[in-house]
Design a protein around this ligand. Structure first.
Ligand SMILES: Cc1ncc(COP(=O)(O)O)c(C=O)c1O
Length: 325
């Protein structure tokens, strides 16, 4: 069931697979599952597609013919937005952090293939102004621009992860699994916020673990509770979340956002070698390293089973090959 009109470009449910080899290797008492949101059809897949299903539909409903969004040079959100724009025949402008001074590899390479109009903002402070200025210029030329902020992490975008939690509850039932813990990488927050709302509705026993990729718990948890509460209100639910209830693991992202960690890259290798599934060093590798570490420390010894959401991002690995040497 979709909560609002969505585009229907992704086939749902996305696959739900058991990680039997990882269970053997880790000696985990619970069953481990992976939700393959990296396989969500459009533009090499990833979590942003679930948000874009709703957000791009909203753009069309608003008569947009041009999309403007922003992100890092290896932004998965930008790649997926471009793919949606291409399918819909919309022009797509990207504002990227930094300068055009690095080789066009990984996602940055794909941006060109998907027809991006690239803009660079040297200073993060210039980003917002640049976007507004561009929107004004495009509108003056008769275009109808639509701006997607915060990688689609609005209540509308978060609905995609309410859907995902519902899928997980149905797939877990079919697999005879009793899900008590869900792991995911958390950045702008839409994935965790939507999953929290969806879990409250469809998987009430499950705890949602956000593995931070860029922020400390004190900063990330209030963002998540605020967005989860807005999302719940958006679909007419009366429950809410307190910031203290939000689970954020902030000890796995290392030095900074997008700086690979040894444990994260080891987790990428482990899943690759044990299950033939490719993670990435910025989001999912770090999130999977958290799950492995907590299992190893015996901190997940609850009776139920575990789901890891593969939120995508693997195309960026081709810009991080040196970190694996
Ligand atoms: C591969 C991948 N995983 C996880 C995330 C985090 O999702 P969110 O921004 O909804 O917290 C992102 C966001 O950019 C991503 O690209």
């Amino acid at each position: 069931m979709a909560y609002r009109e969505s585009l229907g470009f992704i086939r749902t449910p996305s696959p739900f697979e058991e990680l039997k080899n990882i269970r053997t290797l880790t000696g985990a008492s619970q069953r481990l599952f992976i939700k393959r949101d990296d396989l969500t059809d459009v533009g090499l897949g990833g979590n942003k597609n679930r948000k874009l299903e709703y957000v791009m539909k909203d753009a069309l409903n608003n008569g947009a013919d041009t999309i403007i969004t922003s992100g890092g040079k290896q932004s998965n959100h930008c790649r997926q937005t471009l793919a949606y724009a291409a399918k819909l025949g919309l022009e797509c402008h990207l504002f990227l952090d930094g300068e055009d001074d690095t080789p066009h590899q990984g996602n940055l390479f794909v941006f060109d293939i998907f027809g991006a109009k690239l803009h660079f903002a040297k200073d993060p402070k210039d980003l917002e102004d640049g976007i507004e200025k561009l929107a004004t210029e495009l509108a003056a030329k008769g275009k109808k621009p639509y701006i997607i902020s915060f990688a689609g992490s609005s209540p509308l975008g978060a609905l995609g992860y309410v859907d995902s939690a519902k899928e997980i509850s149905e797939q877990a039932k079919l697999a005879g699994a009793d899900v008590t813990d869900i792991f995911l990488a958390t950045g702008t927050g839409g994935t965790q916020a939507g999953t929290l709302v969806g879990a409250k509705l469809y998987l009430p026993e499950a705890r949602v673990h956000g593995v931070a990729v860029s922020r400390k718990r004190e900063e990330q948890a209030p963002r998540i509770s605020a967005l989860a509460n807005e999302t719940a209100a958006f679909i007419g639910e009366s429950f809410s979340f307190k910031t203290e209830e939000i689970i954020i693991h902030d000890e796995y992202y290392g030095e900074a956002y997008a700086v690979p960690t040894q444990a994260g890259n080891d987790a990428v290798r482990l899943l690759g070698r044990a299950e033939g599934i490719l993670l990435d060093p910025v989001y999912t590798g770090k999130a999977f390293s958290a799950l492995l570490d907590l299992l190893q420390k015996g901190k997940l010894l609850r009776s139920g089973d575990i789901v890891f959401i593969h939120t995508g991002g693997a195309p960026a690995i081709f810009d991080f090959t040196e970190s694996f040497l």
